[in-house]
Design a protein around this ligand. Structure first.
Ligand code: ATP
Length: 137
């Protein structure tokens, strides 16, 4: 059987995951990719999405990630994210409130600066992805 790979997910605030996985799927900015033990080393930036991994017991685990990048080494995947939460730690009500705030901003701020629009769109994307991940429990 293939060896497990170590997965670490960290943010500036905390270590979110330190586990061993059979396979790790990462939302890279150029698309989702899978990492198995022995993978060729590479680095990529992250897209807002879910890290999906199968733990040592064969259980599927999901982790929200946004911003940052990933380094995949043959025996280890490190994800340095701006924000990250395990599926069970996502507060769906908070995400819903964030979604409504971002939608309101986008509806009101059409004439405003592009940068405000971009921020609201990014906040909306984070909220929608959190709601999707929390809803798949
Ligand atoms: P909000 O407007 O609700 O703060 P946000 O998308 O702006 O949402 P982030 O900047 O991505 O929040 O994250 C700030 C901190 O709050 C991080 O530590 C992140 O893990 C946490 N966080 C944000 N939203 C949630 C949520 N719905 N459930 C649990 N933790 C959350």
């Amino acid at each position: 059987m293939a060896e497990n790979i170590r997965l670490e997910v960290v943010t500036p605030e905390k270590q979110v995951v330190n586990d061993r996985a059979q396979i790790v799927m990462v939302p890279g900015s150029l698309g989702e990719f899978g990492v198995l033990s022995g993978h060729t080393p590479f680095m990529t930036s992250l897209k807002t999405g879910a890290i999906h991994y199968r733990d040592q017991d064969g259980k599927d685990q999901y982790v929200f990630v946004s911003g940052g990048f990933t380094e995949a080494l043959p025996d280890k995947v490190t994800v340095l994210a701006e924000s990250a939460e395990k599926m069970e730690d996502i507060d769906p009500e908070r995400a819903k409130a964030a979604m409504e705030r971002a939608e309101k901003r986008l509806a009101q701020d059409r004439a405003k600066e592009q940068v405000d629009n971009d921020r609201a769109k990014a906040a909306l994307e984070r909220a929608v992805v959190r709601i999707r991940i929390a809803g798949s429990q």
